[in-house]
Design a protein around this ligand. Structure first.
Ligand code: SF4
Length: 273
């Protein structure tokens, strides 16, 4: 007689399987990661504020994943570093204060600074807070945030192991794209956060994040499928989760981008078909 399954657990498992299927994860693991020639694009036309280079993705030896630094073992020196980074991030938050440096302060409820580990190896950068984020003061907590959480989990990570921030820290009215003056005023805080966290890999979520991290406005399609570099981190561009909610067919493409991030981090796939 089959053991009974908790209905809530069953529904959660079915939802997870559906999500993996939508990502194209099952199909993806049947073949190695490929980066076609057509995915290469010219170098960005503008230089960013500091240290931008762009490099094409180099192939790595398949089947020889780089050992992952164990996140659960924290040595004393790492703990000191963690404390230092947390303090440094708090200084940045203190510097922001009750910010009125750009017009976005007029409509906000809460400044959305960041969420996650100060010593994360992987950082996600989005565009700006939405309604849920503005209400809670945390990035990516609405429907798009739930999808981002699923994407992080699909990589074999937990949300608390990564660092999440946005280009602007106050919600643009009606969730419009931040104006260049607003993004240019706020993004130096993001750059300081990146300098403190020093992630090995940054994933830019959507065109706005890619534009202000890479210093040039280019079609997202031309920036995906490559490893860029920014402030000593590798930078990978993919779709914003809010866009993926509107067009779920692109989830498979987003998963291909996350696979590049995983390879750069030496992460093994959490499951195989
Ligand atoms: S978006 Fe950034 S610069 Fe503008 S008011 Fe908010 S914290 Fe200040």
């Amino acid at each position: 007689m089959p053991a009974s399954i908790d209905p809530a657990l069953r529904d959660a498992l079915l939802a997870r399987i559906r999500f993996y299927r939508e990502l194209g994860l099952m199909e993806f693991y049947r073949r190695p990661i490929e980066v076609s020639e057509s995915s290469s694009v010219p170098e960005p036309a503008l230089s960013p504020s500091k240290g931008l280079e762009s490099e094409t993705l180099e192939s790595t030896e398949e089947g020889k994943p780089i050992p992952r630094k164990p996140s659960s073992t924290v040595h004393q020196s790492e703990a000191d570093s963690l404390a230092d980074r947390a303090s440094a991030l708090q200084l940045i938050r203190d510097d922001i204060g009750d910010c009125t440096r750009c017009a976005l302060h007029k409509g906000r409820n809460k400044i959305v600074f960041a969420d996650g580990s100060p010593s994360a190896r992987l950082m996600f950068v989005g565009e700006g807070p939405g309604a849920d984020e503005d209400a809670q003061g945390l990035p990516f907590v609405g429907r798009a945030g739930q999808l981002l959480n699923n994407m992080i989990n699909a990589m074999g990570l937990k949300r608390e192991e990564v660092y999440i921030a946005n280009v602007v820290k106050c919600r643009p009215p009606g969730n419009r794209t931040p104006e260049p003056e607003e993004a240019n005023t706020c993004s130096p805080f993001l750059f300081r956060q990146i300098d403190v966290v020093r992630p090995e890999v940054i994933v830019a979520l959507g065109a706005t994040a890619a534009t202000y991290l890479l210093g040039a406005r280019q079609p997202l399609a031309g920036l995906r499928g490559r490893v860029h570099s920014f402030r000593n981190s590798k930078l990978i561009v993919t779709y914003h989760p809010a866009y993926l909610l509107r067009d779920p067919r692109q989830k498979k493409e987003a998963w291909a981008d996350l696979q590049i991030a995983m390879r750069e981090l030496g992460l093994k796939a959490p499951m195989r078909s």
